[in-house]
Write a protein that binds this ligand. Structure first.
Ligand code: ATP
Ligand code: MG
Length: 295
């Protein structure tokens, strides 16, 4: 199945999240059954990411958005475990600091976009400024309403000026699944630290968030920076779909093995052949030395 087609939000398309199934897993039935396919994509992803690093000509930005307990951390862990850490950076965007708030909303984001050769993952992102900010009226409407086009311009700038491919994932879980995950965090001492009262408070605004997300998809899914809505109730299916989409995005980027920076023949002659000759000449010298010593 081509998940890049199935889960893509077409530019300008109006959609209703309520009509989509967060429990979807296609023909797949379990983690065990889908493991081989996921591993195939992870293998591809691993090779191409290291090649992207070596090539150092373009970059990839992966944006992750979800409701609380939607699986952002798990997705980061899965996706990043398949990549070479030398070419990756993860940035989590929490509540803005007072310094952040003294600037425009993209100020704190821009310095974290990927350099050439790198993959950056945003765990939450500049989209919070049209999600939580819109839901809670943290700035007046005439301010947040103009942010969609500012975001599109910003993402276009990254693409045009620095060859940054952008893919944006919404990990879509159901409200029931969220409650289940909160309960599991309450029950598991190893995960108690993950639960906060804020999570429950934000849950009250579920419908407002869904509306805010729908506006984001309609206004900011573009050809060079598309949104994918990933059914995420099943973590293993989420990982399968995302690894396929990331691997195929890499394939699309036309990443090439960099050309050698030196004359390989010259290097071979100057260093390897010269040294080999020295090595073959050595036993004779050593023998002469030995004979001399014996005298
Ligand atoms: P976890 O899965 O560990 O809970 P998290 O991303 O929810 O991760 P938290 O520290 O719980 O991390 O929450 C961060 C909070 O910061 C979120 O509620 C998010 O909406 C909020 N936030 C992020 N960016 C902004 C922003 N630009 N303006 C206001 N709030 C923001
Ligand atoms: Mg949280």
């Amino acid at each position: 199945m081509d998940y890049r087609k199935l889960f893509l939000v077409e530019a300008g398309k109006r959609l209703k999240l309520a009509k989509m199934d967060p429990g979807y897993c296609g023909k797949h039935v379990s983690e065990k059954q889908s493991k081989a396919e996921t591993e195939k994509y992870c293998g591809k992803l691993n090779k191409l990411q290291y090649l992207l690093y070596a090539e150092a000509r373009q970059s990839l930005l992966i944006v992750l958005q979800a409701m609380d307990a939607g699986g952002k951390d798990g997705t980061v862990a899965h996706a990043m475990s398949t990549m070479n850490p030398i070419g990756t950076v993860v940035t989590s965007f929490k509540q803005p600091t007072t310094e952040d708030l003294k600037h425009d909303f993209l100020w704190r984001v821009h310095s974290h976009v990927p350099a050439k050769g790198m993959v950056s993952v945003f765990n939450r992102s500049h989209y919070e400024d049209v999600l939580v900010v819109r839901v809670h009226n943290l700035v007046p409407k005439d301010i947040w309403a103009t942010r969609y086009s500012a975001i599109n311009d910003f993402e276009k700038l990254l693409w045009r000026q620095n060859g940054t491919r952008i893919i944006k994932f919404f990990l879509y879980i159901s409200k029931e699944e969220q409650l289940k995950r909160f309960a599991a965090r309450l029950e598991d001492p190893a995960r108690n630290w993950k639960i906060s009262e804020d999570d429950y408070r934000e849950r009250e605004f579920w419908d407002d968030y869904m509306k805010a997300y729908e506006a984001v998809f309609r206004k900011t899914s573009t050809e060079h920076a598309p949104w994918y809505i990933i059914p995420a109730n099943h973590k293993w299916f989420r990982n399968l779909a995302i690894s396929q989409i990331v691997a195929e995005t890499f394939e699309d980027m036309g990443i090439r093995t960099p050309k050698p920076q030196v004359d390989l023949e010259l290097i071979k002659r100057q260093y390897h052949e010269a040294e080999e000759q020295e090595v073959t000449a050595k036993p004779k010298l050593a023998r002469d030395g030995k004979l001399k010593m014996k005298k």
